[in-house]
Write a protein that binds this ligand. Structure first.
Ligand code: GDP
Length: 426
């Protein structure tokens, strides 16, 4: 048995979906352990191009059991829509390959409304939310004002919890934001409609995973977003509202005692970031536009143009440490093929002082990038499948990254399709 966590090292959108889809070949179970439908994992395979939001990326492989753990934000409505969408495109989804934790809390439509209302109130100071309700949802979970998926099987508990939750949400909607109250009947109808559709999938996934581990099955944990968006260790408050770190995976999956054997950190060959907050190696203007176009950097969920910039060794080294990454999967190396010379951010200058350490968020706002230029390779590498067949400058770029972040690159992705990668011995 071997357990693997596939996690983002930077700001998210590093190409996790693509790598998870590749690795699923060797895993029996794929678990999403945090976050909700606020991101999009892009997978390209023989059935087409898919942007998964809540479903684990193992849904495309026959024989893989996919689990939504207790740590996820369970948006019943969007999950039903995502399942329907995939089914209509020929992907089989049933309780045979998807299970939902009875302990997952339910993200409600009012969480999405509250998210938008709060971003509007913050106006110029907004956090850059995708308005999928994530921050209000996790706030409510921690103040114990949510309905859990398992409540759907206990009508009395469901009614009691639903009343408590609704009273609370209405207080906030009405008194903080001046909105209309939600009716109890409408709320129960919503829970019944989507809850009934998903009931066949809901079970004690903690027991399911423990049993899988005992039987020696291989379990993969799939993260959403990246280390710099982690609520505790990221660029707070421009973080998400859950823990994106590998260390949280066993908790959010419902198997807190399980040891993770391997952590593959997904790192993009350059930087990209969606939303607000400090982004030290950002390129504005023509250079940024050229990289954004080359890498098609537009949000999978929102279509928003992503901010882009140079590879940031300072942020990446920190992300690797926080994730406890045992190796790196470097994605989108092919995108840099158009550049003559490739700048890499090796240090930050803060108030005239140089540092290689990732600073406290308030200091990060003042950091300026210090670049080193590496020679480009100026040729198409998307058909390369062996390390030794990469142009020398491309190999040097990868080796420079390894050295500057202190972690070995084990996989190099040179295209979005499953087979477009290089396995490098480490
Ligand atoms: P995730 O959220 O971490 O899964 O990342 P996204 O799906 O948001 O972003 C990755 C995007 O890059 C998707 O459109 C992928 O299909 C694409 N992609 C992933 N790896 C590569 C690669 O090595 N080369 C190219 N050209 N595209 C890639």
């Amino acid at each position: 048995m071997s357990n693997l966590a596939v996690v983002g090292i930077n700001w998210g959108d590093e190409g996790k979906g693509r790598m998870v889809d590749l690795f699923t070949d060797h895993y029996d179970v794929v678990v999403r352990y945090q976050g909700g439908g606020n991101a999009g994992h892009t997978v390209v395979n023989e059935k087409g191009k898919f942007a998964l939001h809540l479903l684990p990326s193992g849904v495309f492989r026959k024989g893989v059991m996919n689990v939504l753990g207790n740590g996820v934000a369970l948006d019943l409505e969007n999950l039903c829509a995502e399942i329907e969408d995939l089914r209509s495109r020929g992907v089989d989804i049933s309780p045979d390959n998807l299970r939902i934790s009875e302990r997952a809390s339910i993200l409600l439509p009012c969480h999405r409304d509250l998210d938008g209302l709060e971003e509007d109130r913050l106006a110029g100071l907004k956090y850059g939310s995708t308005k999928q309700g994530i921050a209000p949802f996790y706030s409510d979970k921690y103040r114990k004002k949510t309905v859990m998926a398992g409540d759907l099987f206990y009508p009395e508990a469901l009614e009691l919890h639903a009343r408590e939750v609704l009273d609370w949400e209405n207080l906030i909607l009405k008194n903080v934001y001046g909105q209309e109250e939600i009716s109890f009947d409408g709320f129960m109808e919503y829970l019944k409609k989507y809850g009934d559709a998903l009931k066949p999938y809901i079970c004690d996934t903690s027991a399911l995973l423990s049993e899988a581990a005992e039987k020696g099955k291989n379990i993969m944990f799939e993260a959403q977003l990246g280390a710099l968006r982690d609520l505790d260790m990221g660029i707070y408050p421009y973080t998400t509202s859950s823990n994106t770190l590998a260390a949280y995976a066993p908790i959010g999956a419902g198997v807190p005692g399980l040891k993770i054997d391997k952590v593959v950190g997904i790192v993009k060959a350059y930087s990209s970031c969606v939303g607000e907050g400090p982004f030290v190696s950002e390129w504005l203007g023509a250079n940024g536009d050229a990289l954004r176009e080359a890498g098609a950097e537009y949000g999978a969920k929102t279509g928003r143009a992503r901010r882009v910039g140079a590879f940031d060794a300072v942020a990446t080294r920190y992300g690797i440490k926080m994730q406890g990454a045992t190796s790196i999967a470097l994605t989108k190396l092919d995108i840099l093929s158009y550049m003559h010379s490739i700048p890499v951010c090796t240090q930050y200058s803060i108030g005239g002082k140089l540092t290689e350490d990732f600073p406290y968020p308030a200091a990060l706002e003042k950091a300026k990038p210090v670049y080193e230029n590496l020679p480009g390779w100026k040729c198409d590498i998307s058909s390369v499948r062996r390390w030794e067949d990469l142009p020398e400058n491309a190999r040097r770029y990868v080796e420079y990254i390894e050295k500057s972040v202190g972690c070995r690159v084990e996989y190099i992705s040179v295209g979005a399709r499953r087979e477009e990668y290089i396995h490098k011995e480490i």
